[in-house]
Design a protein around this ligand. Structure first.
Ligand code: GAR
Length: 197
């Protein structure tokens, strides 16, 4: 099984979905480490409760030296024998150091149907634009934020009366399905993009 680390910054519900899926011994990847740049991320405790090593590597002592922070993360990943990294609500921009080190072996989940709506506040922006469809994307991480080859997507309808919160909840439910499915495909070496329906 592929040894996976999940990088988080907060709640960690996608991390939890990955941990849950990987409890099945037939799942081709195992979650062996959770890292957060925020010591108070709720997901750290969730991971520990699930029996998974969870570590905070605070970015603040690095005082804006992003690469030095990433070197510390990379050292922890190497130490744990990690083969694949899943970003799951990890809210730091990455430098070419870390994206280069993990090229082809680092996945991200983003709450929009990329290439539409990269960046933050996707649900608000989708509602403002009057879109009829929204969703989430799992892609390989490259130097450019929210770009990189798409591994899979899941779409949801935008409904009359949606607020950013109701729409986010509908998308999040799909994220929890999509991410484990895409990690499994990636770990098995399947490379063709998939639309989950
Ligand atoms: C998820 O919706 C994820 O797609 C999004 O943050 C949320 C994290 O929730 N990621 C981004 O916006 C990345 N820029 P979680 O901590 O419960 O998984």
């Amino acid at each position: 099984r592929t040894r996976v680390a999940v990088l988080i910054s907060g709640r960690g519900s996608n991390m939890e979905a990955l941990i849950e899926a990987a409890r099945d011994p037939a799942f081709p990847a195992e979650i062996v480490l959770v890292l957060s740049n925020k010591p108070d991320a709720a997901g750290l405790q969730t991971a520990r409760d699930a029996g998974i090593a969870a570590l905070a590597i605070d970015h603040r002592p690095y005082r804006g030296d992003r690469e030095a922070h990433e070197r510390a993360i990379d050292a922890a990943l190497s130490e744990a024998g990690i083969e694949c990294v899943c970003l799951a609500g990890y809210m730091r921009l990455l430098t070419p150091f870390l994206t280069g080190r993990w090229a082809g072996r680092m996945l991200n989940i983003h709450p929009s149907l990329l290439p539409a709506y990269p960046g933050l506040h996707t649900h608000e922006r989708v509602l403002k634009a009057g879109e009829k469809q929204h969703g989430c994307t799992v892609h390989l991480v490259t130097e450019v934020m929210d770009e990189g080859p798409i591994l899979g997507q899941a779409a949801v309808p935008v409904l009359d009366g949606d607020t950013p919160d109701t729409l986010a909840a509908r998308v999040l439910a799909e994220e929890h399905r999509l991410y484990p499915a895409m990690l499994a495909r990636h770990a098995r070496g399947e490379r063709s993009p998939l639309i989950l329906s």
